[in-house]
Design a binder for this molecule. Structure first.
Ligand code: GZL
Length: 336
């Protein structure tokens, strides 16, 4: 091949190179990835995980679309992937409904779909789902708070919840899990509103809560770290203390690096991890499909429950004993 190229004219060489390029491209597995958006540190890590794994060097051509938290944009992105006749489609569904029609179109086009992170409730037309159990995360939060309040001699829980994006399975699961424990323990949830998983959303909701409930609440549950950062700003501005040495217990989800730094400093009492690094598990599914094998349809990722103080070593969630992990420098260093 190299000898043949030496005698070609520049134009023919250019044409040949483009053909070689095309044939090399044809060897790549093309993947269309319709990502929720760019709303949080967690989302950034999730996107990076896919971009790190599905590289040309690894044999992939990743077509990435940031759907900016807009469901219509996400459905359009998936339909465009069908038009492009990609080999696989990865979707992190912004909301859990409205999917069966487009997933039927993917099935009819013979394009396997892999769902990551959030779940889809109205269709099972996909090869596999890789993610977390959000209800378990909410239950763990409630079970930890029960034991923590007892250890601190706190008899009454009056909580405010800053939820994630309405309709997302992450918000639905975390809300349901925590609510189950709150109902069992007779806690009061003063309010529960959508902060859209953003720092701005967390701050705005917390500012509104302070106007309505100042002096009435002793727990704030934020359904992701970026909301917690916003809530911290709002409480600090209002002179409300929070965290291990504060008047308000502050709890978060995701456990991104910045979230764990605030746990380590005592600003956040506990942070319930949601693992964003799904891409290696997705690649395994794709390789199995390439080999004609049938992958597991449900793949849960490992997660940890992080705290500042070592007063509670384990909690029982759904009958299973689970460890609480005190945040150390090494843990922060290694986090996503
Ligand atoms: C949860 C994920 C959520 C994170 C947020 O798996 O979908 O969306 O908790 C992110 O940080 O915005």
């Amino acid at each position: 091949m190299r000898k043949k190229l030496a005698v070609l004219t520049a134009m023919t060489l250019a044409l040949s190179m483009s053909c070689i390029g095309a044939s090399a491209d044809e060897d790549l597995i093309t993947i269309g990835f319709a990502q929720v958006g760019h709303e949080s540190d967690w989302r950034t890590a999730s996107t990076q995980s896919c971009q790190d794994v599905f590289t040309e060097e690894n044999g992939y051509d990743l077509q990435f679309v940031d759907c900016d938290n807009d469901s219509a944009t996400q459905l359009e992105a998936v339909r465009n992937f069908i038009e492009q006749d990609v080999d696989y489609i990865i979707i992190d569904p912004i909301v859990s409904t409205g999917w069966d029609e487009v997933l039927t179109e993917c099935e009819e086009a013979g394009i396997p779909v892999i769902i990551i992170d959030r779940t889809i409730d109205d269709s099972d037309k996909y090869a596999a789902w890789v993610g977390s159990n959000f209800t378990t995360e909410g239950l763990a939060c409630g079970e930890w708070l029960k034991v923590y309040a007892e250890a601190k001699g706190i008899e009454e829980i009056n909580a405010l919840v800053i939820e994630g994006t309405t309709g997302s399975s992450a918000a639905i699961g975390r809300t349901e899990g925590f609510q189950e424990i709150a109902d069992r323990e007779g806690w009061t949830i003063l309010d529960s509103q959508d902060g859209d998983f953003t720092q701005t959303g967390g701050q705005e909701i917390m500012e509104s809560y302070i106007k309505s409930y100042e002096g009435q609440f002793n727990v704030v549950i934020c359904q992701n770290d970026n909301e917690a950062f916003g809530a911290m700003d709002a409480m600090t501005a209002a002179g409300i203390s929070y965290g291990v040495d504060g008047d308000v217990i502050l709890v978060s989800f995701d456990a991104c690096t910045a979230g764990l730094e605030y746990v380590q400093s005592g600003d956040i009492n506990a942070d319930f991890e949601c693992n964003p690094l799904a891409a290696p598990f997705v690649e395994e599914v794709i390789q199995q499909l390439e080999a004609g094998e049938t992958p597991e349809t449900t793949i849960y990722m490992e997660e940890h429950w992080y705290v500042n103080e070592d007063i509670i070593e384990t909690i029982t969630v759904d009958g299973a004993e689970q460890s609480m992990t005190v945040v150390t420098d090494e843990i922060v260093e290694a986090q996503y």
